[in-house]
Design a protein around this ligand. Sequence first.
Ligand code: 2AL
Length: 245
Amino acid sequence: MRIKIINPNTTWSMTEKMGACARAVARPGTEVVTVSPAMGPVSIESHYDEALAVPGLLAEIASGERDGFDGYLIACFGDPGLLAARELARGPVVGIAEAAMHMASFIGRRFSVVTTLGRTIGQAKHLAEAYGMERFCANVRACELSVLELEEPGSGARERIVEECRRALAEDGSDVLVLGCAGMTDLCEHISRTLGVPVVDGVTAGTQLLESLITLRLATSKRGELNRPPAKPMEGMLQPFALQE
Ligand code: 2AL
């Protein structure tokens, strides 16, 4: 099978890191292609960033459909553009936040999400509610690190994330941790070993969930709301996004 992992921000060092972590867990026969869109924000940590990341992401889904991919993983914890991507794709599309939250619900009673900046807490809580995961989600906490600080050697990011994870376990009553940013994917094992609890990373969890859906031949339902959107003209810079009949 061929899966496409889309990092909706344009920071390729992060995209490559995700590719390495996803390939480490993917099945032997799976081809994992990782991309960043040609346009968009370098990191996603506001509603504004998220909205502007979506056109480039959808262009990657559209080109993926032409290239015959079997499924897609949207690798940003806000799950930007997830439902629009499902409208465009024939195969399954998984977001890393929904993947991580669902996986976490199988292995504990309550999870804490540890994310980057405090301003992204609201979006993570909103997704937990939207996915029906609210009752599993003990708390969403931030370490006040920007996404790009995760990419900087010597930023102390790893230590700060471990400390926030430690506080989460002490204060939230949670028994599982969920990493709140795709850029944390490479820290999963270290945090789990250091703190002695399961740590769910959406990039690896999402890769395996996507493989399961494809193996089971479970694709996005085209019966109703997620059917292909109606063809219509688009104006201005969005002209290339107009769908044809
Ligand atoms: C993210 C993420 O996963 N990628 C990105 O650019 N921003 N999430 C976050 N909470 O900051």
